[in-house]
Ligand binder design. Structure first.
Ligand SMILES: [Zn+2]
Length: 349
């Protein structure tokens, strides 16, 4: 019998059986895994649908807090996703719904702060101010509220209110010197009664004390009192306002005055308005002067960028208050050589 089996035991048959087994096992394992994965995906999708934050209504947040006892901080975090998405209206309605259901004083203050900053970010200045004033009623030393109120009053041109807030911040030990000079300057520039002559003199007194606000003052003079500007041209540090001077109209420039100012002389040589210099220590000016001296015009010009010295963000346009970190007068201007997209000859000479 044994010998008979051995006779039929073809070696090829064994190999076929062996591979068939491997195939069957692999197939079963694969099908099972595929099934498991499909189920897991379905469950995951179901879970995602349940927690899709965008679909939760304002009351759902209240429910999460009151009925399901989800921690307050987690709910605030959920609602903050709307602020990050720029969906301020939704965030505001969630905060308002929560406010009506929160009794704890600290949580209420936190919600009001969030509400105030969200109104602020959304550009609703009056509402933001109302909220921060409400906070100050029961928490008069809230620095966040005071700092926001300062910016809001500045934006709304309510400079007396801004000064009152600066006094409060000073009492809390915050250095307000920079802000005080800034608000004082804005108050003079925007005064509806003072004459331009009177404003010019008052601004000049500030300029002599502190160069911090020189850009605002230079802009005022160049718009309303050009003679005063050129008479006091040596008071300005033009490296800090190089962009203003670069874009000045040819007719507004007092060429007698700039001949005595090295920086301006180089700047207007680089621009091509005058040709009395061959070289500049400034690399960009130097290249432009060389290009200007050639007969065929090379389309090159200067472009400016502003770097905040506090948060280091770079901005394409000047702003007195950094849109990113909200500090005042922190922008340093930098000039770069770029291709002139205008292509037209800017030289009037
Ligand atoms: Zn900044």
């Amino acid at each position: 019998m044994d010998s008979l089996v051995l006779e039929y035991r073809d070696p090829l048959f064994g190999i076929i059986v062996f591979f068939s087994l491997i195939f069957i096992v692999s197939f079963i394992t694969y099908s099972f895994n595929a099934y498991k994965e499909r189920r897991a995906r379905k469950d995951y999708r179901k879970l995602l649908r349940r927690f899709e934050i965008g679909k939760l209504k304002e009351e759902d947040y209240v429910h999460l807090y009151k009925t399901y006892n989800l921690p307050f901080d987690s709910i605030i975090l959920l609602a903050s996703t709307f602020v990050h998405e720029g969906n301020y209206n939704k965030a505001i309605s969630v905060y308002l719904a929560l406010l009506e259901n929160v009794n704890d004083r600290i949580k209420k203050e936190e919600l009001l702060e969030l509400l105030g900053t969200t109104y602020f970010k959304g550009g609703f200045m009056q509402r933001s101010r109302d909220i921060f004033l409400k906070i100050l009623k029961f928490s008069p030393r809230n620095k966040k509220a005071l700092k926001h109120l300062l910016i809001i009053n500045e934006k709304l041109k309510e400079y007396n209110n801004a000064n009152d807030i600066l006094d409060c911040l000073e009492e809390l030990g915050i250095d307000t010197k920079k802000n005080k000079i800034f608000i004082k300057t804005l108050k003079i520039i925007n005064d509806p009664i003072l004459s331009y002559e009177k404003k010019s003199e008052k601004l000049y007194n500030i300029l002599k004390e502190d160069k911090l606000v020189q850009r605002l003052i230079a802009q005022f003079y160049l718009q309303f009192n050009k003679k005063f500007f050129w008479d006091h041209v040596d008071e300005f540090d033009f490296k800090k306002i190089v962009d203003i001077m670069w874009y000045l109209n040819f007719d507004d420039i007092d060429f007698d005055k700039i001949s005595k100012n090295n920086f301006l002389n180089e700047l207007y040589n680089a621009k091509g308005y005058i040709k009395n210099l061959k070289h500049s220590e400034d690399f960009v000016f130097d290249i432009l002067m060389t290009l200007n001296s050639h007969n065929h015009k090379v389309p090159a010009t200067i472009d400016f960028e502003f770097i905040c010295n506090t948060c280091k963000h770079i901005h394409p346009i000047f702003d007195t208050r950094c849109p990113h970190c909200h500090n005042i007068l922190t922008f340093n201007v930098k000039h770069n050589l770029v291709k002139d997209l205008n292509e037209k000859n800017q030289s009037l000479q």
